[in-house]
Design a protein around this ligand. Structure first.
Ligand code: BGC
Length: 387
């Protein structure tokens, strides 16, 4: 089983030497392989620990590659309207590149997704100080967030293969109270959907807001920026922010603003409308939208369509908000797996989560977790095509 991919590549190489159809075969190579999960060694971390790479494959040929370093989705190949499989995410070419400098490509984010103002919050009368790593604020769990730790991985075989990742954050880690035991399960479903289930428990009151930070570009292979992608967000209200992207507390109706994505809208059509203060503060879109519909059930949060490839991505979540970020801070300094620099707006992120800075906004849905409670959250990214 472990040597199967090598044997297949050897077979492919041999057929490449004798056949002319090699490249189209290679594009669709996932077609002839069985559903399941395969483990290979990804590399060694600076502290000597080994990180692994898991390839999940479904019967339709879709693959998801995930490493237990940061729970990072290293690759996600989905078919376009002609059945050509390509990667729809930004990613790096090796473990060492991820370790050196990763703007959260594909990574699990925790203990708290997005920002906490000035890295401070108060719980049960005690103030906690967190690491400041973004414009005077705390972002994505701090210096060594869940995106930079090694998770314990358990592969689960089946038609819908899954990877269970577990990590326990220590009491005091990055300044947060409580030992937090986290379990994240990635499942590659038959219907070309990647499901992410999050679970966490604590032994002291704490705050939790977990998400995944995959950067999507549905052209496949990040051929160009995402300004032509068409996005729909099921959200009437925006979580307004200040210059440092911290919520002001105002939930602003999107109607009549560049933030109205209730109907399918081209990303680039209003992204540079600098007459809008919120666009100015975000340098484009870098905001949380309050999702319509209440309760913990799965709801359609977002749809993305890329006209040239015909790819469609639907995002469903149990979370109350979604951070729509258009890669405004990408500046070409990170070279991706395609061997060229990922430039401004070469991807979009749809991070399902609670509102940023909730611990400092009692009116926002709570992110507190107490001993005896279980944090639970599910998000599904489903892929299809239309002509
Ligand atoms: C934030 C951005 C940030 C990006 C990468 C997003 O969730 O809102 O401001 O640049 O993550 O860190």
């Amino acid at each position: 089983m472990k040597f199967l991919p090598q044997l297949l590549s050897l077979a492919l190489l041999t057929s490449c030497l004798t056949m002319t159809s090699c490249s189209s075969k290679k594009e669709n190579e996932s077609d002839d392989q069985k559903p399941g999960i395969e483990k290979t060694t990804y590399g060694q971390l600076p502290d000597g620990q080994t990180a692994d790479l898991y390839t999940l494959r479904n019967a339709a040929g879709m693959t998801a590659q995930i490493t237990n370093y940061g729970g990072i989705i290293v690759g996600l190949k989905t078919p376009d309207k002609d059945g050509k499989f390509e990667d729809v995410t930004l990613g790096q070419d090796s473990l060492s590149s991820y370790v050196k400098n990763n703007p959260y490509f594909g990574a699990l984010i925790g203990r708290y997704g997005n920002r906490i103002a000035k890295g401070k919050f108060t719980l049960d009368g005690k103030t906690y100080d967190l690491f400041i790593n973004n414009m005077g604020n705390h972002l994505h769990g701090g210096k060594v967030g869940f995106d930079k730790v090694l998770w314990t991985a358990t592969p689960v075989e089946g038609d819908e293969p899954a990877l269970k990742l577990a990590y326990t954050a220590k009491d005091g880690e990055e300044g947060y109270p409580g030992n937090l035991s986290v379990e994240v399960t990635y499942t590659l479903q038959k219907d070309n959907a990647l499901k992410i289930d999050y679970k966490a428990t604590t032994d002291k009151p704490t705050v939790v807001n977990l998400t995944n930070h995959t950067y999507f570009n549905l052209t496949g292979g990040a051929k160009r920026d995402i300004l032509d992608h068409v996005v729909t967000l099921n959200a009437d209200k925006l979580i307004a922010v200040d210059q440092t992207l911290i919520p002001t507390g105002e939930l602003k109706p999107v109607a009549g603003t560049p933030f109205d994505f209730l109907k399918p809208s081209v990303v680039g059509s209003r992204i540079n409308d600098s007459t809008d203060t919120q666009i100015k503060y975000g340098g484009g879109y870098d905001h949380g939208w309050v999702l319509n519909g209440s309760g913990d059930s799965l709801k359609l949060a977002a749809t993305v369509y890329e006209p040239t490839s015909g790819r469609v991505m639907e995002v469903r979540t149990t979370e109350p908000a979604i951070q729509f970020y258009t890669g405004n801070f990408l500046d070409g300094s990170v070279t991706g797996r395609e061997g060229f620099p990922y430039k401004k707006r070469y991807a979009l992120c749809l991070e399902t989560e609670h509102y940023p800075d909730s611990p400092n906004h009692p009116a926002f849905p709570t992110t507190e977790l107490k001993p005896g409670q279980t944090y639970k959250s599910t998000t599904i990214y489903q892929f299809s095509t239309k002509k």
